[in-house]
Write a protein that binds this ligand. Sequence first.
Ligand code: RB5
Length: 148
Amino acid sequence: MIAIGSDHGGYELKEAIKKHLDEKGIEYKDFGTFSEESVDYPDYALKVAEAVASGQFEKGILLCGTGVGISIAANKVPGIRAAHVSDAFSARYSKEHNNANVLCMGGRVVGPGLAAILVDEWLNAEFQGGRHQKRLDKITEIEKKYSR
Ligand code: RB5
């Protein structure tokens, strides 16, 4: 089950991605926003990031205008590895190498066709473990170092 969310800048792309997920029969929960009215992206990053970090949802998708702000905010939640992507190679390797549990894109950057490809690359890829796990463990150590 995927948790999906956006601010107003990512709203239109969120709706397009939901349609794509519907067509593929992939289940999701929409955490908002639900219109193009201006909102603050950290609020939606937090909702989706907590849903994933708690284990309630396996993966998350987050959109804002550029994908930058919402990925920065999501990555503040311990356990979140949010990948901001706009090309298929990065989308695939964000899972294979980084085990990204949240995919971020910019609604003012990526069109709906490319977004569908990026989502599919990420969803169909598998984490390769091994030397990559060692590196993720080091990221967890950084989180621990700065957690209060
Ligand atoms: C909102 O105007 C915009 O700043 C936001 O969607 C995003 O691009 C931030 O990184």
